[in-house]
Ligand binder design. Structure first.
Ligand code: FAD
Length: 333
């Protein structure tokens, strides 16, 4: 089989000239899935210039990288990107296409699916390989109360968007061989979109939780928003840190929805996750259980959060956190 046929594709996403981590995460999973049925993986890279991206993608699992390059692709543009991906898909006929369920990916994927007259399973939390190359896309359904697994049995390509931080990327192997196909779009379209100004999404000047290496998350047990702020003092002790909350904390408006961890929030996997006065409901745990080290602080020794915690402190957050801050400060001095 030619490398370009019937492959599992990942659409690369770039920000400020860098390939986003979600691209490598999806590529890692695409590689694992493709290997189970002897298929290939390909990445669609749309950018101003290659700048070494294609080679890095090959080192991390791509058999083929289709590059669509040019000044007009310097910024994400839904019309130009949709046009390029659809033309490539019609020519090279992938088995499946994965997009990161980021803001741009959630915008782009449904347009591509509609144009290709196929389905899209959006915002997945799992993708597996079934029989005969049939992808099984799993996502929360009915308001998150159950998980639904969806297959697109008759139409190709099978398409889905997948949340960041679900899959592990492959270790880079600079010796991996792959093919770079520099593709020129044949039927060019004029964009109706003109970018007048670019402003980063506001996170209050703070790091986004998905980019943080240390997350200090709080739950309803804090009792009020003023006392919740002690998490800022805890986070300030670490570089690349951010504050997050359970849905209860978000409902109380102690923290923004953009910083909600869990099934109806974000999935995170930082190096260190503090779960403070968070009970450990399934819907919360599903968004943080892959964290490298989990420290839970809860006054109820039977709280389910202790089942996923690597370190548990049974006690009142209003007493334990100030003491913890003191100890960490003393240790750093
Ligand atoms: P609680 O469950 O009320 O727990 C508070 C905890 O704090 C308790 O364990 C208590 O022992 C402890 N505590 C109280 N006082 C103190 C103190 N002084 N010191 C130490 N510990 C103390 N939840 C999410 O978090 N994220 C989601 O994305 C999400 N999505 C959902 C989607 C659906 C469809 C549904 C139905 C629910 C979802 N939930 C989600 C809600 C989830 O089921 C829980 O209700 C929620 O996680 C509870 O938040 P909590 O742990 O902060 O509060």
């Amino acid at each position: 089989m030619a490398k370009t046929e019937n492959a599992i594709w990942v659409v690369a996403q770039l920000e400020n000239g860098e390939t986003l981590g979600v691209t490598y995460e999806l590529l890692g999973q695409a590689r694992r899935l493709a290997d189970t049925v002897g298929q290939n993986t390909a990445v669609v890279l749309i950018a101003r210039e290659n700048n070494g991206h294609a080679e890095k993608l090959i080192a991390q699992g791509a058999d083929v990288v289709y590059t669509v390059l040019g000044e007009e692709y310097a910024d994400y543009n839904v019309e130009l990107y949709t046009n390029a991906i659809c033309e490539l898909a019609q020519e090279y006929k992938p088995n499946g296409i994965m997009f990161g369920a980021t803001i741009d990916g959630r915008d782009l994927a449904p347009r591509v699916a509609a144009r290709l007259k196929t389905g899209l399973c959006a915002d997945c939390t799992e993708v597996e390989m079934g029989e005969n190359g049939l992808l099984k896309w799993t996502r929360p359904a009915l308001g998150g109360n159950l998980m639904g697994t969806i297959v697109c049995s008759d139409i190709r390509p099978q398409m889905g968007s997948v949340r960041p931080k679900i899959f592990a990327p492959m270790e880079p192997d600079s010796g991996r061989q792959g093919e770079v196909i520099n593709y020129t779009v044949k039927n060019k379209v004029e964009s109706k979109v003109e970018i007048l100004k670019k402003e980063p999404l506001s996170t209050g000047g703070k790091l986004k939780i998905e980019d943080a290496e240390v997350i200090c998350a709080g739950g309803r047990g804090f009792g009020d928003g003023e006392r919740f702020k002690v998490l800022e003092d805890l986070a300030a002790l670490f570089e690349k840190s951010a504050i997050a909350g359970s849905r209860a904390a978000v409902d109380e408006k102690w923290v923004d929805h953009a910083s909600q961890v869990g099934q109806s929030g974000k999935t995170v996997a930082p190096k260190l996750y503090f779960a403070c006065a968070v009970s450990g409901a399934l819907q919360h745990v599903s968004g943080m259980k892959e964290s490298e080290v989990i420290v839970a602080i809860n006054k109820d020794e039977n709280a389910p959060i202790f089942e996923v915690a690597h370190y548990g402190l049974v006690g009142d957050v209003h007493v334990v956190i100030p003491k913890l801050i003191e100890k960490i400060k003393a240790y750093k001095e």
